[in-house]
Design a protein around this ligand. Structure first.
Ligand code: PMP
Length: 397
């Protein structure tokens, strides 16, 4: 059996000081398989991607069928590629009115870039407001609006005229004014450690944006496709943005991103200058076919509706004294621990307990629980037993 560890470290550009280094040879449903027969329960879904589980047969079928028809044909937006058109129509039918024109790209970062450009182009303004501890991606523009100085400083100069304000801080909304092109917000802050908006905050944000003519952008890259108990979080909180940004689960396990707005706003990208946003691979037919198949599964099996009950079961079964609280009422959860150093230890040791956990970028004291939405009751019971055992192990009790 080939050991890939050394060549992984040599040939694959590294960003993490301690990569997980798990060799995965197969995946099915909620399980990842290792070369020596290891079987891990995936409790992070590749960071909110594999909502329908790994290799869902409907998704695999759609990919194979599309591969039989065609792969890449032409740069985005020139040819009529039916997988794109069908998927865009389906997504828009599930979104509130006003979010009815879809621009496909390849990733979350790219979708955020597109949304910011669109807001600047539509409003003729430059100021962009985002939130402390927000994560919107790693490209230069997306990094500029990230809510953490630590990750940004080494890469300056970044985009000018960017302002960060406090999530859930009503008083900071005064920063939004007539110079503001857009405010971009994760309706549930994911990398901050699953922070929910307090009642009325998103509504007040919407009111403030409308009053000042700024576009409101929801980054639903992590919250989209059922993760928080409704297909999109904007529906859950009853607030409609001017632009919604999607990625991760959008591609059903393949790379795909999108920013979606009204026809009127989106059309500004097609003149003065023409070709206001260009992508070669955006909306790749294979990714759109996979995404549409995954979305159909999510809808037919009501995976969004079931996420709350499944989340409740996790909460009921995760009873270890090391756990201070569990945030999140869907399948995007943060387990906050009493000892702030324990979360990292738990994540590191999780594979030895047969589970995959992950940390958050901006919340050291918690670990992430975000399994595929298809996880069933038996699998949840097994996962919770393993998490409780793991916490017992790492807390030395
Ligand atoms: N927005 C949010 C909320 C995200 O969580 C992420 C990725 N973690 C991104 C944007 C960027 O997506 P990508 O990694 O696909 O560029």
């Amino acid at each position: 059996m080939q050991d890939y560890r050394q060549i992984f470290l040599k040939y694959i550009g590294q960003t993490s000081p301690e990569p997980m280094m798990l060799d995965i040879t197969g995946a099915e449903g909620v399980f990842l398989h290792g070369p020596a027969g290891e079987k891990y329960i995936d409790l992070i879904s590749g960071v909110s991607v594999s909502n329908t589980g790994h290799r869902h047969p409907r998704v695999v079928r759609a990919i194979k069928d599309q591969a039989d028809d065609y792969l890449h044909l032409m740069v985005y937006g020139e040819f009529i590629e039916s997988p794109q058109v069908r998927y865009a129509e389906k997504i828009c039918s599930l979104l509130p009115p006003g979010l009815d024109t879809c621009f496909f790209v390849n990733s979350g970062s790219e979708a955020v870039e597109g949304a910011m450009k669109l807001a600047k182009r539509f409003t003729g303004r430059t100021k962009i407001v985002s939130f402390n501890n927000a994560y919107h991606g790693s490209t230069h523009g997306a990094l500029s609006i990230q809510g953490s100085e630590q990750y940004k400083n080494a890469f300056r100069p970044l985009l000018p005229d960017v302002w960060q304000i406090g999530f859930n801080d009503f008083s900071s909304l005064g920063t939004i004014d007539s110079a503001t092109a857009c405010v971009i917000v994760e309706p549930v802050q994911a990398e901050a450690g699953v922070i929910y908006p307090v009642p009325g905050f998103l509504r007040e944000l919407r009111r403030k944006c409308t009053a000042s003519g700024a576009l409101l952008v929801f980054d639903e890259v992590q919250t989209g496709f059922g993760r928080t108990g409704s297909i999109f979080a904007c529906e859950k909180f009853g607030v409609t943005p001017d632009i919604i940004v999607l990625a991760k689960a959008l591609g059903g396990g393949l790379p795909l991103g999108a920013f979606i707005s009204s026809y009127g706003i989106m059309s500004t990208l097609s003149h003065h200058p023409v070709l206001g946003h260009i992508t070669t691979f955006g909306g790749h037919p294979l990714c759109c076919a996979a995404g549409l198949a995954a979305l159909e599964v999510i809808l037919e099996e009501d995976l969004a509706g079931k996420a709350k009950t499944k989340s409740d079961l996790f909460r009921q079964l995760l009873v270890h004294p090391a756990i201070k609280e569990i945030r999140g009422d869907g399948l995007l959860m943060a387990a906050e621990l009493n000892d702030p150093y324990l979360a990292a230890k738990a994540v590191k040791n999780a594979p030895r307990s047969g589970i995959i956990l992950d940390y958050f970028l901006f919340c050291d004291s918690a670990f992430r629980i975000a399994p595929p939405l298809v996880i069933n009751e038996d699998e949840i019971r097994l996962a919770c037993e393993r998490i409780n055992n793991l916490l017992e192990l790492v807390s030395g009790k």
